[in-house]
Design a protein. Structure first.
Length: 497
């Protein structure tokens, strides 16, 4: 009775577990197969419960038929689940899983035909044993048992191959192998101590570790699948083309942008590039770079078709967990517009550079012109040996008088000047600061040994100089430049006599 209630609870839990897995990851192939597998287990355990309560031979025979067919389907679903988890390549391309499954489907079909037609090949009916109707082995029952045993050997071989080739699956496969070993030991122990006469408790104890292991693996894989779907979505929505090439040069993955370029999956890379119009030289250079050993990442510019398009191709190796190269990834970006904008920016940069250079030249010319104007504003004219004439024009403010002082000091230092003639005939106005500056000029000239003569002083200019307290005792005056020069000449003539 205890085994009956345990079996009932197990049926309920299996139903809930399969439903939860399907709802959690319905897009994940292993999750869908696992749901079907739990349904088979529910059917098998439900028929066991019904056989305990049923005494009708006909109904019991139908339950036995359902249980045996479900056991065959369970073996097939285990193969499909192991292949989906650990041999996903069996579901790609030509899908070899279909041909492998065909053998299982054929054996299950023959078994179902025998059970329904009651031919007695594998099951010769049922008999009541210890209160439960059990199947009677037919003439070919050993053959069918051998076929299903070989079926389990195929699954164990699949697990061993995946364990050897793919280190990432070893933890999951270890859990499964532990569950299978536990089931075998449980069956042996219960058979020795004869604790479970109906066999229901042994079936549950054998199934629970396997179901829990598969639940963990499927849930773990579904979480990874969710991340993989997110990554896949991100890759498909990229504006740049992404291509993965295997070691034989065959395209094994390309996103939507790569498809828009015209690339095709499961086609050689070289043929693909030639088909979309990539220049022959670029294709040859790419093939040569990929053939190098060791292979190093590089960036290449591809010229494409007419009108000309430029593609920036970033090439890098695809490595496995052991660091071995398993293929090549191409990250292709259309840089035609970028190159066009770069060319325009370069053209604009050259134009601006030319404009700046022109402005610099104009600035130099303006400085030279300003220096020339300044030099012309205060010319120093030697008219006789030791005689220097400085004509001043316009308004003498603080700035102009300071520049005049600088020019005069340079001239007096460079030349032996005994007589300095400052012609103020063209001076219209001199302000207070200009008067102070003129006073400094007269004093500096006196200290440097030059006698100063002011020529053509206007009344208002004279008034400004006097009002600022200019010392004019050492300064001579003359009405015109001609008169001042005449005085100097006359004086020199008188000295010679």
């Amino acid at each position: 009775m205890l085994a009956y209630w345990i079996n009932l609870v197990f049926v309920v839990l299996e139903t809930a577990l399969g439903t939860f897995i399907l709802a959690r990851a319905s897009q994940y192939r292993p999750a869908r197969i696992f749901f079907c597998l739990t349904l088979c287990l529910v059917v098998i355990n439900s028929t066991a419960l019904a056989r305990n309560l049923n005494t009708d031979p006909t109904a019991s025979y139908m339950l036995v038929c359902v249980a045996l067919i479900s056991l065959g389907l369970l073996c097939l679903l285990m193969l499909l689940l192991f292949a989906a988890l650990f041999m996903p390549q069996w579901w790609e391309g030509q899908r070899p899983i279909r041909w492998i499954s065909l053998v299982y489907v054929g054996a299950i079909g023959v078994l179902a035909l025998d059970l329904i037609g009651q031919f007695g090949w594998f099951t010769a009916g049922i008999q009541l044993s210890k209160g439960i109707y059990r199947p009677i082995a037919g003439a070919a029952a050993g053959l069918m048992l051998g076929l299903f045993s070989l079926g389990w050997l195929v699954q164990l071989g699949l697990l061993a191959t995946a364990f050897w080739r793919n280190p990432a699956t070893r933890r999951s496969i270890s859990w499964l192998m532990f569950a299978i070993l536990f089931a075998a030991l449980t069956n042996s122990v219960l058979g020795i101590i004869k604790l479970d006469s109906s066999g229901q408790l042994a079936s549950i104890l054998q199934t629970v570790p396997l179901v829990l292991s598969l639940t963990y693996i499927v849930l773990r894989g579904s979480l990874f699948q969710t991340k993989q779907v997110a990554v896949q979505h991100a890759l498909q929505t990229m504006s740049e083309a992404m291509v993965v090439v295997d070691r034989e040069g065959m395209l094994v993955y390309l996103n939507y942008a790569a498809q828009q370029l015209g690339l095709q999956n499961q086609q050689p890379l070289q043929d693909n590039l030639a088909t979309i119009g990539v220049a022959t030289d670029d294709v040859a250079a790419l093939q040569q770079a990929l053939a190098q050993d060791p292979f190093q990442p590089f960036i290449q510019t591809l010229a494409l078709g007419e009108p000309l398009r430029l593609l920036e191709n970033t090439v890098s190796p695809v490595l496995d967990s052991a660091g071995q190269i398993q293929g090549t990834m191409l990250f292709i970006r259309d840089i035609t517009e970028l190159e066009r904008r770069t060319a325009l920016l370069e053209q604009e940069r050259r134009r601006l550079s030319s404009t700046v250079e022109q402005l610099e030249q104009e600035k130099v010319q303006r400085n030279q012109l300003a220096q020339a104007v300044q030099a012309l504003s205060f010319p120093t004219i030697p008219v006789l040996p030791g005689v220097l004439v400085v004509p001043l024009i316009g308004v003498l403010d603080q700035q102009r008088i300071a520049e005049c002082q600088r020019v005069l000091m340079e001239s007096l230092n460079q030349q032996a000047v005994q007589r300095l003639l400052i012609d103020l005939t063209g001076v219209q106005l001199i302000d207070d600061q200009g008067a102070i500056g003129m006073q400094r000029i007269l004093r500096a000239a006196y200290l440097l040994g030059a006698q100063t003569t002011l020529i053509g002083v206007r009344p208002d200019v004279a008034q400004s100089l006097v009002s600022m307290g200019a010392d004019l005792n050492t300064v001579a005056t003359a009405a015109t430049l001609q008169a001042a020069i005449g005085q100097i000449i006359a004086k020199k003539s008188h000295i010679k006599r």
